[in-house]
Structures are given as structure tokens and as C-alpha cells.
Design a protein around this ligand. Structure first.
Ligand code: FES
Ligand SMILES: [Fe+2]
Length: 402
């Protein structure tokens, strides 16, 4: 069996496909691909900075790209490295009106333009554009702001993915935007979990509801396992959890007539779980939003940043969004256990459930493509559920072939 990252294939037909091999989560050849081909071209996120100038190092110790956020009217993201001889410009959040290098005093405007340098009289062609700070793209998603280090070819068209999600979730997405715009979204808690597993294993687990009856018995009471569905789009996937028949209305979204899931035949929606490649997860509940941001910290370790925002506290503690901390710990325990399992020489590759693991198959195909440096071509649009055609998505109900 061919297991080299360049020779591996995952069949696009899920019924024929085998999963990523265990070594994809452990072996240095795969890890190097993740480190050099996936994350430097991915969108990277942090919570929106508060100070005017805030240094930020995404994936510390792995990417080696010190950045600085500048909030001066609009938010910009600049390199935090002086273009003279490479000193770091800013070391802590501050409220300055220009960036002055602590090494020899080069000064940059808040747009990154090189404004002044002592003792540089007579330097030919100075300052040039190459003396300005590199500027990166910025995108905000609810409470997060993100950037991509690859200016030419981001791996994921995140804007298009968010557009898909907004059209798909309708009033649920609009409510989230309104809550963050108006300041109505309250941070309930922020946690940072250190996971002894490769980041992609955490994603695999997130991407299926298959394990819910086994791993999350309490959550399983709140969700209707048969109605659970996964929908794919080019930049990620969406899982829709329908409420168990006995759940109170407060545990379900009150959808509007224009929403794709309004009066859905599978019942009332209790939660929407969206992943955007590679590691951004947005979980929509009737009370608010929880975010999981998964990032590698090593070949077999990762950091999961977990943020919970509430805008309707009366609905907290009921339904699929109750006791998220316990669900998170249950997930982490099983994922760490799987990391030990995939190290075994007895585990090579698995197979997928066509009705329950479409999201895992989709993500693993995308990840393999990214690790191989190949362009990702996800099939053009098929109709979504509930009679709504939205373009670049494929509907996959539980047990339903598209
Ligand atoms: S390294 Fe910044 S002024 Fe010299
Ligand atoms: Fe889970």
C-alpha cells in the first residue's frame, strides 16, 4: 500500500474511499507538509485586538511570522519585523501613532509606510516600497479577526465560505452578525485546551455526529440522531443537529419563513456546526455562538481555543448547547486516545460510513490535496436541503446519496 504523501489517494466516491493513514497524524513527512504547505497558506485567527497596536504571533514557534494588528479607523495587519535589520517593532499592546523600531529608530506610519530613518542621508533609492512593512489581508468573523500569510494563493477562499454559510443559515447568521455589531454578544467563557493529538484528528472528530451516541450520552438525548445531516461546500462543511421530539422550543431556533430550514421535515434545528478549513469551527445555538479554533503546536500536539458568546442567556443550559465543557472534554479524551491508536503499526487506513462520515471524507480529501500542493476542485453546486438551491454546496442527508 502506498503511504507516501505524494502517492496517496482518497477516492472522491466515499463508498470506495479509504481514510488518511495513521501516519498522517504522526509521521514527520506528513507533519512537514502540514507545516509548510497547509498552515502558511491558511487563514489564521485570534480574537479582535482592543488596543490600537497589538503584536501577534500566529502558531508561535511553528510559523515564525511576527505580526502586528493596527486599529486606526480600519483594522490592518502588518509584519512586526523592521525592514532595516529585522528587529521586532512592537512587543506589547500600546496606543502609539507610529511604530518606532527599538533598535536604530526607523519609524513607520500606522499603514506600514517607512517614514523616517536616522543616519540614512545619501542612501540611494531610500525609502522604497520594499522598506515599508509587509501588509496582510484582514477578515473578521464574529469575534475573531484573521489573516493569511500567503499573499498570492490562500488555500481557502474564506470570504466565499462565509458567504455560503450566511446564505445557508439565513436569519441565524444575521442574528450572530447583529449581536457582535451591536455589542450584544457577551463572552461567557474562554478556555485554552492543550491536546495531545495532531490537530487534524481533532477536526476529524468534530466533523461527524456518528460518535455522539457513544461518546456524548447526554448530548444524544437532546439530538435526533436520525435527522442529523452533513452538507459540504468548497471551503468546509456544515452539520445540522435537529432536536429530539421531546425538547422544549427554547432549545431550538425560531427560524424565519425565508430560512432554508424553516419548517424542515426533520423537525426543529437545535444546532448548526460549521467547519471552515483548516481549523475554524463556528457552532450556532439558539442562545449564541461557540467557537473552536484548532491549531497545531507540534506534530502530535495542538491547541484548541474555545470561546463561548451568549446573546440570549434565557436559553443557555437547555438542549444541544448545554454543558459544552463536558462535551469538549469527552471529545478531547477520545481524540487523545485515537492519537495513541493511530501510532500503532497495526492501524493502516480505515473506511468511511457513507451516511455518517461525509464531512470527514471531505476534510481529509481537502487536507491531502493541500499537503500534496494540488489545487482543490470541489464539485460545483448541487441543491441544498429543503428545496433551496444555493450554488456551491452539496446536500448530504443522513443515509442519502446526493
Ligand atoms: S532594525 Fe529597525 S532600525 Fe535597525
Ligand atoms: Fe463530539
Amino acid at each position: 500500500m502506498k503511504l507516501h504523501p505524494d502517492e496517496l489517494e482518497i477516492d472522491p466516491r466515499i463508498e470506495h474511499a479509504a481514510t488518511l493513514p495513521g501516519i498522517a497524524y504522526t509521521d514527520s513527512a506528513y507533519w512537514q507538509r502540514q507545516l509548510t504547505r497547509v498552515w502558511p497558506r491558511a487563514w489564521l485567527f485570534c480574537t479582535a485586538p482592543e488596543a490600537r497596536v497589538t503584536p501577534w504571533e500566529p502558531l508561535p514557534g511553528l510559523l515564525h511570522e511576527p505580526l502586528v494588528w493596527v486599529r486606526d479607523g480600519e483594522l490592518t495587519c502588518l509584519s512586526n519585523v523592521c525592514t532595516h535589520r529585522g528587529a521586532l517593532l512592537v512587543s506589547r499592546p500600546c496606543d502609539v501613532t507610529s511604530l518606532r523600531c527599538p533598535y536604530h529608530g526607523r519609524r513607520f506610519g500606522l499603514t506600514g509606510r517607512c517614514q523616517h530613518m536616522p543616519e540614512f542621508e545619501g542612501v540611494v533609492g531610500f525609502p522604497a516600497r520594499s522598506d515599508d512593512l509587509r501588509r496582510y489581508p484582514v477578515l473578521s468573523v464574529g469575534p475573531l479577526v484573521g489573516t493569511c500569510l500567503d499573499l498570492d494563493a490562500p488555500l481557502v477562499d474564506l470570504g466565499a465560505g462565509l458567504d455560503w454559510l450566511q446564505a445557508r443559515l439565513g436569519s441565524v447568521y444575521r442574528r450572530m452578525l447583529a449581536a457582535f455589531d451591536s455589542g450584544g454578544a457577551q463572552l461567557l467563557f474562554a478556555r485554552r485546551y492543550e491536546l495531545r493529538a495532531n490537530w487534524a484528528l481533532y477536526c476529524d472528530n468534530y466533523l461527524e455526529g456518528f460518535h455522539i451516541p457513544f461518546v456524548h450520552p447526554a448530548l444524544n438525548q437532546a439530538l435526533d440522531f436520525n435527522g442529523y445531516r452533513t452538507e459540504l461546500f468548497a471551503q468546509g462543511s456544515l452539520q445540522v443537529g435537529f432536536a429530539s421530539p421531546g425538547e422544549p422550543d427554547g432549545a431550538c431556533f425560531q427560524l424565519s419563513a425565508g430560512d432554508p430550514d424553516f419548517e424542515h421535515p426533520s423537525g426543529r434545528v437545535a444546532g448548526y456546526y460549521a467547519q471552515l478549513f483548516p481549523g475554524l469551527m463556528l457552532n450556532f445555538y439558539p442562545w449564541g455562538l461557540s467557537v473552536n479554533l484548532v491549531e497545531p503546536s507540534g506534530a502530535e500536539t495542538s491547541i484548541v481555543t474555545y470561546l463561548v458568546y451568549v446573546w440570549d442567556a434565557s436559553r443557555l443550559e437547555i438542549g444541544a448547547g448545554a454543558d459544552l465543557h463536558r462535551v469538549e472534554l469527552e471529545d478531547e479524551a477520545i481524540v487523545e486516545q485515537v492519537q495513541r491508536g493511530v501510532r500503532s503499526s497495526a492501524y493502516v487506513r480505515g473506511r468511511y460510513s457513507p451516511s455518517r462520515e461525509q464531512g470527514v471524507h471531505h476534510f481529509q480529501r481537502w487536507l491531502l490535496c493541500a499537503m500534496q500542493g494540488k489545487p482543490w476542485a470541489f464539485g460545483a453546486g448541487t441543491a441544498l436541503g429543503a428545496g433551496t438551491a444555493l450554488g456551491a454546496g452539496t446536500a448530504l442527508g443522513a443515509g442519502t446519496a446526493p
